[in-house]
Design a protein around this ligand. Sequence first.
Ligand code: ZN
Ligand code: ZN
Length: 250
Amino acid sequence: MAEVLARAVGPWVQAALDLLFPPRCQVCGAPDEFPLCGVCWASFPRISPPICQVCGRPLRGPVDLMFTCTPCRQGPNRLRVRAFGRYEGRLRDAVHALKYRDRLALAEPLGDALLEVVRADPVLCALDALVPVPLHPRRQAERGFNQAEEVARRLGRALRKPTVRALVRVRDTASQIELDEEQRRRNVRGAFRALAEVRGLRLVLVDDVVTTGSTLRECARTLRAAGAAEVSAVAVAMAVPEVLSASLSP
Ligand SMILES: [Zn+2]
Ligand SMILES: [Zn+2]
């Protein structure tokens, strides 16, 4: 009933209803734990080393901790990305609940997940501001919020760093699901414009899910072109279709 009502009236009312109804885990529905239960939190499939030092993809096998994967060694315009976990299991459920079922309260534990990622990484720790990956204004109007921004604000409060809407999406890019990496790169080329004054700043992009990284790299390219000193990125979840083999190591 609450969900039917909320769908009719929007995400902020859902947030209010969530507070009125008995507290439940917003992912699995377990009672008395809001917004996320301990079982869901513990079961999140965290990414841990060894990872590629650039794109953050997890690797299998014995590789040294400075490993860089082949695409990152060869590709242009690579970006340092760190993700909290794999885009599967209850982490995927949590991202979906936030994004598609308006469970805005989940921005809190997912922001805390990113806090773990930032605190573990000296490069990320040295940031001046967070920049959420923007939705196209039309999509944001439909959804009522930008999930990346909700998570970024939680992270920014914990780090005592500003969250800046430094990018605007000027083109609503087609779904990228069917595209390979090169097609994705072309698809997002020129999709963003830098708005805020970013000159000289060390910025960390924030997104909910990273797949090939083409969207994040285009955001980074746009911010660097606008004068940002350094850009790296964090994501709640990384879609990892297949773990790179350690045999790719030089
Ligand atoms: Zn749960
Ligand atoms: Zn890599």
